[in-house]
Design a protein around this ligand. Structure first.
Ligand code: HEM
Ligand code: HEM
Length: 180
């Protein structure tokens, strides 16, 4: 991954807008927001969709024609957009507890350790930003990590964590995280 050209990326992202929105703040909660996401993480996902390592037929078809430079440019464009934050949820003690401290009884680590206290993630480690992401997408992708349907995480980090979360905990932490 190299630093891309955001202006070129804006033009190259026209075919993405129907689902992810012109500014990356996607049109429906099943389409993840891309706005403000780290370019390093976006590029990793696009390469993996292209290779089929992250399984999703729609996104594999979209990523297939993209060159390495296209991926860098599109990733630079979305990274520069501002994510629209979701309204903070009503108090959600279970979700907040999982996010901030994990669950000692099932050896779930705190999400803050990698995704940060405000959900900003970490671009150099390719830890994605989670703040403002739709709860429905977070819940779906965590369930996919748990079932192994999503298996593109380096060293199985997220699969190991999600496997230890109950579906109730996944729903709660998704709702909490979306409102960060
Ligand atoms: C996921 C980029 C077009 C539907 C993603 C992700 C990226 C991305 C980077 C992963 C986000 C994350 O992990 O947080 C793009 C680009 C496109 C494009 C660059 C244009 C070249 C589309 C279109 C659709 C679509 C046209 C709808 C027909 C989806 C869906 C997911 C997704 C459903 C979630 C997949 C899953 O659950 O694993 N896209 N996208 N995308 N995109 Fe796109
Ligand atoms: C990805 C949630 C803990 C490292 C993700 C994603 C979600 C998530 C929803 C996918 C984001 C997207 O598709 O846009 C959580 C929750 C956690 C947690 C709820 C706590 C229960 C951690 C910890 C680490 C970590 C402790 C580091 C040790 C990662 C990495 C990815 C990721 C590296 C990217 C995987 C890839 O490249 O596809 N996490 N996370 N997460 N998380 Fe976590």
């Amino acid at each position: 991954y190299a630093q891309g050209d955001a202006a070129a990326g804006e033009e190259k992202s026209e075919s993405c807008a129907g689902c992810h929105g012109e500014d990356g703040n996607s049109n429906a909660p099943i389409f993840p927001k891309l706005a403000g996401q780290h370019a390093s993480y976006l590029a990793k996902q696009l390469h993996e969709f292209k290779k089929g390592k992250r399984a999703n037929p729609t996104m594999t078809a979209m990523a297939e024609p993209l060159s390495d430079a296209d991926i860098d440019d599109i990733s630079a464009y979305y990274a520069r957009q501002k994510v629209t934050l979701e309204k903070a949820e009503k108090p959600n003690p279970l979700g907040e507890k999982i996010y901030r401290t994990g669950n000692a009884s099932s050896a779930v680590p705190a999400c803050t350790g990698c995704h940060g206290p405000d959900g900003a993630g970490n671009p150099s480690a390719k830890f994605p930003a989670l703040r403002g992401q739709y709860a429905a997408y977070l819940e779906k992708t965590l369930s996919d990590f748990k079932s192994g349907e999503r298996a593109n995480d380096a060293n199985s980090i997220m699969r190991a964590i999600a496997a230890k979360l109950s579906s109730e905990e996944i729903a709660a932490v998704s709702g909490f995280t979306a409102g960060l």
